[in-house]
Ligand binder design. Structure first.
Ligand SMILES: O=C(CO)[C@@H](O)[C@@H](O)COP(=O)(O)O
Length: 230
């Protein structure tokens, strides 16, 4: 079932160690088939060097396992809530990548200090609050998804394909699993540069809005001109 999507999601998962975004098994990638209403996600706690495409777990949007030998990622309920809330999300990534997680642990969003950030993410990368004790006890992973969904409700969530969960770590998304990983790599680079930027100049301010707009919109939307015609 969904062999092509399983391969795509497996390959996207394998990009996490390739780009240095995971230690041990601290990360997961999923991808969704909207027509079938099914998504594919990494199994929980399986070493990346032992992972195979056929190990990917197929889930439905009610949270039932449809196919797979292993238990799905422990973060599956977060992915599920995001897929339910945001129809344009085709892939989701969670990692504990060092720099992005450092900002999350510090409880700070990442200001847009330059064009590397603005090329991919419009504005400050938000950091959402801690869950309450009740929310953690009731359904930790599901409520993490609902909290992110609440933050992005009515917003251009594909223009800000990243979020930090306070004291936890980042989630990113994209139109498919590969794009979601691409955004996780960008997030990590941007998080590293922003931290160094504040170290070099503690008075640093966000980049001028005109410059942020120029860089974001030359890559996105009707007037984009970066790269080659598709
Ligand atoms: O946050 C955590 C663990 O604290 C998890 O996201 C991470 O280890 C990945 O877990 P899975 O192997 O996907 O279940």
């Amino acid at each position: 079932m969904l062999e092509a999507l399983k391969k795509e999601v497996y390959e996207a998962n394998m990009l996490l160690p390739k780009y240095g975004l995971v230690t041990f098994t601290w990360g997961n990638v999923s991808g969704i088939d909207r027509e079938k209403g099914l998504f594919v996600i990494k199994p929980s706690g399986v070493d990346y060097d032992k992972l195979k495409a056929e190990d990917m777990v197929v889930m439905d949007l009610d949270g039932n396992k449809v196919e797979g030998e292993y238990n799905p990622s422990s973060d599956t309920a977060t992915h599920l809530e995001l897929y339910k809330a945001f129809p344009d999300m085709g892939g989701i990534v969670h990692t504990h990548s060092e720099w992005a997680t450092s900002w999350a642990q510090a409880g700070r969003g990442i200001p847009c200090y330059g064009t590397t950030h603005a090329d991919y993410m419009y504005g400050e990368i938000p950091c959402v609050r801690n869950l309450t004790r009740e929310e953690i006890e009731e359904a930790y992973e599901k409520n993490t998804g609902l909290l992110i969904a609440e933050h992005f409700k009515g917003k251009e969530y594909m223009a800000m394909p990243a979020v930090l969960c306070k004291n936890h770590g980042p989630f990113t998304w994209g139109s498919n699993a590969d794009e979601a990983v691409h955004n996780a790599v960008v997030l990590e680079e941007v998080a590293k540069m922003a931290a160094r930027c504040e170290l070099i100049n503690p008075q640093v301010r966000p980049a001028p809005q005109d410059l942020q707009d120029k860089h974001y919109y030359r890559k996105h939307g009707a007037n984009a001109y970066y790269g080659q015609k598709k």
